[in-house]
Design a protein around this ligand. Structure first.
Ligand code: FAD
Length: 308
């Protein structure tokens, strides 16, 4: 059995693996796809001390760093069930899609999250070519340009306010007849001179010139007319979905949005089970934050081990 078994191989899982193995304990990492969301990222310009890098490059560096240590890395392993220890300090069990099972005294759950997609033609083809999901990450790439933000919830309106300070013009597109964001955010948005809002609009297609986004089509839901907006970029802000479907019905306490709730040491409601990164309720989903949270959760797990 492992002392600490980490589920997930994104920035949170990689950081947890390095911190655990440096304590000289028996450490394993099982991930569906080592690298996580970073594998799907083009430019990264906010990873402190590295002014500019690319996702696959950062993933390779993370993997190399983990492999410097005596960590059992099990890639292409999808966890499907979690069975908690029968008594505090006992062994937890994880079952994988392959049928394999692993046991460990402590766990770090770091299965991350995924952006909810619009699922319209052109979205995949122009991903990273104008279609973006993270304003903190990609906002500066659209300096002075015209972008749309899809979604009038809190994250969409926050993104629109944030982007309005960087880009030339922001068009916010909301499906319903009104926005769901907090009133204070909507009020702030309405004071900005370079923002316009289109309500009752269902995005139907992302258009492009073959290499980059050049606009989108939407259906005006009041009269079913299809309309076109010329754009340089599209930020999709319709939700971030935590990868916790496999934990539903388990004893791990989650928020109504399915994010794992942790305490100040990264421990979940199940003793000895920790969680870190985008899969948790931690605000602001970013690489540096996920790495810090992963380090914290594995130190929390180590503390737990020396007390049991
Ligand atoms: P993830 O990176 O999501 O990793 C989760 C890991 O868990 C993966 O290995 C996955 O395969 C695995 N997993 C999931 N389910 C299971 C399961 N059931 N069993 C086993 N393994 C499982 N952040 C920045 O700071 N800067 C940026 O420039 C930036 N750009 C981004 C661009 C894009 C397109 C995207 C999508 C995100 C971007 N982010 C950026 C956000 C950043 O990538 C995330 O905050 C970060 O990757 C979260 O790390 P994580 O380890 O918590 O989760």
């Amino acid at each position: 059995a492992f002392d600490t078994l980490i589920i997930g191989g994104g920035p949170a899982g990689a950081a947890a693996a390095i911190y655990s193995s440096r304590k000289g304990i028996n450490t394993g990492v099982a991930a569906e796809r080592f690298g996580g969301q970073v594998s799907d990222t083009m430019g990264i310009e906010n990873f402190i001390s590295v002014p500019k890098t690319e996702g696959p490059k950062l993933v390779a560096a993370m993997e190399e760093h983990v492999k410097d240590y005596d960590v059992d890395v099990m890639n292409l392993q999808r966890a499907v069930t979690f069975t908690p220890a029968e008594h505090e300090g006992g062994l937890h069990q994880i079952t994988f899609e392959s049928g394999a099972t692993l046991k460990s005294k402590t766990l770090v759950l770091a299965t991350g999250a995924r952006w909810r997609e619009m699922n319209v033609p052109g979205e995949q083809a122009y991903r990273n070519k104008g279609v973006a999901y993270c304003p903190h990450c990609d906002g500066p790439l659209f300096k002075g340009k015209h972008v749309a933000v899809i979604g009038g919830g809190n994250s969409g309106v926050e993104a629109a306010i944030d982007l309005a300070g960087i880009v030339g013009h922001v068009t916010l597109i909301e499906f319903m007849g009104e926005m769901r964001a907090d009133a204070v955010l909507q009020k702030k948005l309405n004071t900005l001179p370079n923002v316009d809002i289109i309500l009752n609009a269902q995005t139907t297609e992302v258009t492009g010139d073959g290499s980059r986004v050049n606009g989108l089509n939407y259906k005006d839901r009041t009269n079913d007319e299809i309309k076109y907006v010329a754009l340089d970029g599209i930020f999709v802000q319709i939700g971030l979905v935590p990868n916790t479907e496999w934990l539903k019905g388990s004893q791990v306490e989650m928020s109504p949005r399915g994010e794992i709730i942790t305490d100040g040491h990264g421990m979940t409601s199940v003793p000895g089970v920790f969680a870190a990164g985008d899969v948790t309720t931690v605000p602001y989903k970013q690489i540096v934050i996920a790495m810090g949270e992963g380090a914290k959760a594995s130190l929390g797990a180590f503390d737990f081990l020396i007390r049991h």
